[in-house]
Design a binder for this molecule. Structure first.
Ligand SMILES: [Zn+2]
Length: 286
């Protein structure tokens, strides 16, 4: 799932490659992916791409005359930049993984794609990004938050730190993968309660957020957009590494499963050597 570092890198790539070009046209293949109908996609035709940026995990492609294509890539969405398209024919609706195609005036452009059967990718064509409900509710950006703001935000929500860190209304940009990494660096249990964290633990957690996201952004920038996904995996310490040794202490990385997600952590680094209860697993054992 693309999070702050990947979306930041995609925005960086678009700033380099697409800014200054004009939109030829936007083609919508998955009708359900486009969440707005006014302005219509045809309103983008002829407008220059003037900037690309990010609001939390939302990508924002700004066109002149204040029109924004705002995209949330969801779990399996991605942006593929094409130097050229094979065909000038419009996309056929409902076929294949492409949700939306943006053609630029030099023949290049990009496809927004989504793998799998669950279609959650969401695109919005708006005159102001704040008109996108998920954007207007975002908390401060995880990478731009100072310690005082971070502490205030974390304390505003009582709950397990993993859930609070990934709540986009508390802090924007951190998802399932990087929260596992951040908690590992901070040596905190994912189930630690935010209202019980000391000042020192909050300061360590804040530093870990900046370190993990900052490193991931640095790794991702400069990579070609098509290669970003693999690069993310290469830098991870615990996320998606169940059963492998922790690179810090050598203990075995463990997992807790939920209905539609899972988290990974190192007992040696994060929970005093004690594995956390995995509800699914204990049910099987019983
Ligand atoms: Zn460890």
């Amino acid at each position: 799932m693309p999070e702050l570092p990947e979306v930041e890198a995609l925005a960086g790539y678009l700033r380099e490659r697409a800014v200054g070009r004009r939109v030829d046209r936007i083609e919508v293949a998955a009708i359900s992916a486009l969440k707005t109908y006014d302005p219509a996609p045809s309103a983008a035709a002829g407008r220059e791409v003037v900037d690309a940026g990010r609001h939390g995990k939302f990508l924002d492609v700004r066109l002149d005359g204040e029109l924004h294509l705002v995209v949330h890539l969801a779990r399996a969405g991605w942006l593929h930049y094409r130097e050229a398209f094979n065909s000038t024919l419009p996309l056929k609706p409902g076929k294949g993984p492409i949700a939306l195609r943006v053609r630029l005036d030099d023949g290049s452009g990009f496809d927004l794609t989504e793998a799998g059967t669950q279609k959650k990718l969401a695109a919005y064509l708006v005159t102001d990004p704040a008109l996108v409900p998920g954007v207007s509710r975002l908390g401060p950006d995880a990478l731009a938050t100072d310690l005082a703001t971070f502490t205030e935000r974390l304390r505003s929500r009582r709950g397990q730190v993993k859930g609070v860190l990934t709540d986009q209304e508390v802090l924007a940009g951190v998802g399932n993968a990087y929260s596992d990494e951040i908690l590992h660096v901070a040596k905190l249990s994912p189930f630690a309660l935010t209202n019980r964290l000391s000042e020192a633990q909050l300061a360590t957690l804040h530093a870990a957020v900046r370190e993990v996201l900052g490193d991931a952004v640095a790794r991702s920038m400069g990579q070609r957009a098509a290669e970003l996904k693999g690069e993310k995996r290469a830098g991870l310490r615990v996320h998606a590494r169940t059963g492998l040794p922790c690179p810090v202490c050598g203990d075995t990385v463990r997992e807790v499963s939920f209905a539609d997600s899972s988290l990974q952590y190192c007992p040696g680094c994060q929970t005093g050597g004690k594995p956390l209860a995995d509800r699914r697993l204990s049910r099987l054992v019983r």
